[in-house]
Design a protein around this ligand. Sequence first.
Ligand SMILES: O=C(O)[C@@H](CO)OP(=O)(O)O
Length: 290
Amino acid sequence: MFSAARSLTSFACRTGINHARVAPSVRSLAAFQTADKHTLVLVRHGESTWNLENKFTGWVDVPLSPKGHEEVVEAGKLIKEAGIVPDCAFTSLQQRAIRTLWHILEQTGLMWIPETKAWQLNERHYGALQGLDKQQTVDKHGKDQVLVWRRSYDIPPPTVDPSSEHHPSNDPRYADQEFPTDWTESLKTTLERVTPYFETNIAPQLKDGKTVIIAAHGNSLRALVKHLDNIGEDVIAELNIPTGTPLVYELDDDMKPIPQEGSFAPLNGRYLGDQDAIRARIEGVKNQTK
Ligand SMILES: O=C(O)[C@@H](CO)OP(=O)(O)O
């Protein structure tokens, strides 16, 4: 199997200033009242060029579309308006998530905070489907089969050929990892790399009083919220995460979400922004394979 050695550790995060522990004179009363809460902001990247073209993306490193850039600039403004000040940031090795994080940090005036990039936060690898048109794949294999590949919990898409440019062993950014020749990922196997990464590298920062932002992907975040909100396998199949929309969690000391007003069941986090527009974005993700 593969090793987890590639992740840059969260050492950098530990060197960041802890906003939760700054002098009382600069802290608001509200901050004191919520001192036992740990704030975690999740953001799926903005619309990518392949979201726009409706292609299976996975680990293909496509950029944000013009609309995607706009979405995440707006996400940064929303985070700033909400008064949320991340102390450290995590993202994947994929430019659509990295660029999303950078836009948000720029908008919030926090480009200086420590950021950690880890392949474990990458999108779910889509196996042999990467690069294919989603609607053409429905036309060829049927809607039900494609839905199984997209949203079933533990049935992965067909494996990618080891000689393909889409196999991670042919991508220099994964040079110090080992991946099986028959590589593909289901949501289950994605969760099996996202969750240990969260527990080992991110949860300690939260427990240390840091506010953390994670800019990642539709399925790596579905895996993470399944874990945080303890969502069942059948329910997670129905859950879609919109692009470029901050999802704010307040966690207790055991990293269990504290229910918030305005959260979208089955999530206990709340999305920032126009709630109707967010619903429309969620429907848009769902309807990529009608
Ligand atoms: O193509 C992908 O990698 C993902 C996210 O865009 O798509 P889906 O919504 O089908 O999981």
